[in-house]
Design a protein around this ligand. Structure first.
Ligand code: FAD
Length: 236
């Protein structure tokens, strides 16, 4: 286990019906990590230690991180987190993990569903600061009410000529793209050559996106993935 820190919940914001954003503040520590990486929260319940990974959506270099956490009705840690209030103390680990931006000079596509958006938020902020290419953000959700970070992504797209965002909804009848996010990549990208793909969401979506990219001639060394939602919650 890496170093742990006591942090205080500085603010809680209900983003969608089942996702809350938490700002966590350390007393005397600057968080240093690669955007896209995750912490592990630790707490005790019924005499057992519970440990779960959650990804920072904020950039490093300050004493705060933000987490966006979806509540599952039977979920141990997600329910515990949703019961936290400003002023509460939480133990978190140093951030770590394999999903982070590799080359800010390459064109990129960020492809996410559900809470798989969290590493993409941090990476796309870094890309907007450091990147020199074209970025396209694809986000799949069931309906408009469950789309997190829409205001932020729409602002990024409005303020940056080289940043586009596409939302794909599976259950809504709406003016935008419908169905599965991985089926809409070719509709919006000029091409697949010379672009890095960052993919995170339910394991089925991650596998289908990889297959789709392989069919379009994208090599594995340009595809960076993590799958954690759904029946098989992936570990490290
Ligand atoms: C590297 C990594 C980063 C992660 N980052 C985030 C993040 O930024 N935000 C976030 O919200 N989550 C994130 N997760 C998922 C998170 O770690 C937990 O798996 C999730 O919050 C569920 O934990 P729990 O203790 O509430 O549920 P558990 O107590 O472990 O599960 C209890 C029951 O809850 C339901 N359930 C639990 N998890 C899921 C699921 N994923 N899909 C469907 N049903 C489920 C099932 O009914 C399950 O039987 C990440 C996971 C990984 C591996």
């Amino acid at each position: 286990m890496s170093d742990t820190h006591e942090v205080t919940v500085a603010s809680v914001h209900q983003m969608t019906p089942d996702v809350k954003q938490f700002v966590l503040e350390a007393d005397d520590h600057t968080f240093d990590f690669r955007p896209g990486q995750h912490t592990q929260i630790h707490f005790e319940q019924d005499g057992e230690e519970v440990v779960r990974p959650y990804t920072a959506t904020s950039l490093p270099g300050t004493d705060r991180i933000t987490l966006a956490i979806k509540r599952y009705p039977d979920g141990t840690a997600s329910t515990w987190m949703h019961e936290r209030s400003p002023g509460d103390a939480i133990t978190v680990e140093e951030l770590d993990g394999n999903l982070y931006l590799r080359d800010p000079d390459s064109d990129v596509a960020f492809v996410a569903t559900g809470t798989g958006i969290t590493p993409m938020m941090a990476m796309c902020k870094q890309y907007l600061e450091e990147g020199s290419g074209d970025a396209h953000f694809f986000f799949g959700e069931k309906d408009e009410a469950h789309v997190v970070y829409r205001e932020t992504l729409d602002q990024f797209a409005a303020e940056n000529d080289d940043f586009d965002v596409t939302y794909v909804l599976s259950d809504d009848d709406w003016a935008g793209d419908e169905g599965h996010v991985q089926d809409h990549l070719a509709d919006h990208l000029d091409g697949f050559d010379g672009r890095d793909f960052y993919v995170c969401g339910v394991p089925g979506m991650v596998v289908e996106t990889q297959d789709h990219l392989h069919e379009r001639g994208v090599d594995d060394d340009r595809i960076y993935t993590e799958g954690w939602e759904g029946d098989e919650v992936a570990g490290e």
